[in-house]
Design a protein around this ligand. Sequence first.
Ligand code: SF4
Length: 692
Amino acid sequence: MVKTTCCYCGVGCGVIVREDRNGQITVEGDKDHPVNKGMLCSKGMNLHYTVMDTSDRLLQPEMRYNRYQSRQQVSWDQALERTAAVFKTFIDKYGPDSVAFYASGQCLTEEYYVVNKLIKGFIGSNNIDTNSRLCMSSAVVGYKMALGEDAVPVCYDDIELADCIFVAGANPAWCHPILWRRVEAAKAANPDLQIIVSDPRVTQTASIATLHLQVLPGTDVVLHHAIGRILIEEGYIDPVFLHANTNGYEAYRDNVMQRSVEEAAAICQVPAENIRQAALLIGEAKGFMSMWTMGLNQSAIGVNKNLSLLNLHLITGQIGKPGSGPLSLTGQPNAMGGREVGGLSNLLPAHRNLENPAHRQEVQAFWGGTTISDKPGLTATQMFEALENGSLKAIWIMCTNPLVSLPDVKRAEAALKKAKFVVVQEISNKPETLAYADVVLPAAAWIEKEGTMTNAERRITYLPKLKEPPGNALPDAEIICRFAQKMGYHGFDYTDAAAIYAEHCALTAGTNIDISSLSHDTIKAARSIQWPYQQQGTQRLFTDGKFYTPDQKAVIHSFPDVNESESLSPEHPLILTTGRIRDQWHTMSKTGKVGKLKQHIPQSFIEIHPEDAVDRGIGEGDLVEVNGARGSVRVKAQLSEKIKKGVVFLPMHWGKILGNDLQRANNITSPMIDKKSKQPDFKYAAVNARRY
Ligand code: SF4
């Protein structure tokens, strides 16, 4: 029996896993875990099927010498020696930026740490990004700009202490279910808890809301500014906090006063009265919490959406107090752990900044490798653009499936086809990337390796190994370390994952996320610990009103409220938004194996308002072609008054089925990205729909 953590979403539920004498695995929620107290959602309850069914597992390294050959099974040494030889050739000929690693928010912290160290500290490029770029990067930039660092101020215990929760652009009832059960329980215990939801769809989350604001996609900043204006006009701001602990209020006030609430209501397509009610609920609250995910983050103005929400906390002083503050809901289980080790192309370990020469020097001296480049690396979408234009020669894809998850995915697929050398490190033989792989490296899955993860409330947990991986699969960190040694680099001969973690902890000393006195053993003993950690974990940040900016004041930013997504046209007049469904996870390489999880929604669909459907002669269940400037999908129609007129919804999960990509939503999503965070705009693409 082992106590571990669910490997799906960023809620971070505690799980007890047992294996009997016959190898049968069972899972149950850990009643003693502070996050879930024994509860698991449908995905968590079915985790055991994903590890028991090994029929799709990659078991042996494979390799080919050219694209005209099929891959052959080879030894680990053969695969890694050839990969090292190819990487060295490209680095010598074209420089270190000719290679890149594209990893995942599902990697363990130790895995992130070694791959980040490898490319930044030894290869000498910052070309490492992860699929967290698609998920949280706008929140990261928002936190850094407003609070001085990528630091979630609150903890889950604040849910029970809040009396107003604003859920913006998120459906946690489906996407973070166990956290939402806590909100539902808090509401049941305290009927005065006010819940505001802003979403173009009437989701299950909205079903318990005091107030649902069915906003038009792309108008969140307008909405938040209008709420800010009312808070100011009605005297709900905190002048003492504003004066002592923030900068930028006057410019913000002047900015939000430029648009009337009625104008804002017309732009957002919600009644002005409802915006006023939302502002009053927030203003009257003793504890005001906000939660958000992709509706704010995945946008061409994702950072502005984040900042405009953070501003509501700053002008009211509702941060750093019990029951108050912003909680970004992490999509992936360890997106936060990845950020802690600096696992994005513009970050350094322990939240150090790549653009800071002193920070680069500190890390370089610690690692003892090559000079850390001051040039930010390629981000997720930029990597595929660089493959397309030939400047990037080799890409190593680790634990992620970009040919389902990237926007404008047909272009990404064409780019991958042009790559000179592709390495795919994976557990499953299903991902579409394998068709383009020159080298395939079989990886160990959840409970077949050990390491740590950090959930959305900064809670670090240890995940033990319960069973051996099948075949010759290896833990991801070991694969990277073996490769680094084949490259001739020192400093990768760790005895185990605990040694990697010890090095990561040491590198955090003196930073705002200091966990230098932590170790695997300390976390095991405590079950879970929140960072920063000295003698004990820290539930809340900024309780003293001091932020991580140079003058310790939070920054209230001002900016225009215009959306910068692609424009609608007579040819493509509908707004496409994509998202998750309750029982599937990302690109379905794990949840897609579980029959029970397919029962909820077995195939993709388009949700469309009945009036939009009637205009196009579309009936319930009809096959519909949804087309945009970049391609099309063909799925069945689901007519629903729960989606805003003029907006259609596609689930993000489906990729190619028997080579057919007609259910793949990202065929038609927009290639636009936020200028600051480089996060793609999955929530706004111009499309049309017709009966097929
Ligand atoms: Fe796993 Fe998230 Fe469900 Fe918890 S809420 S069981 S972490 S998928």
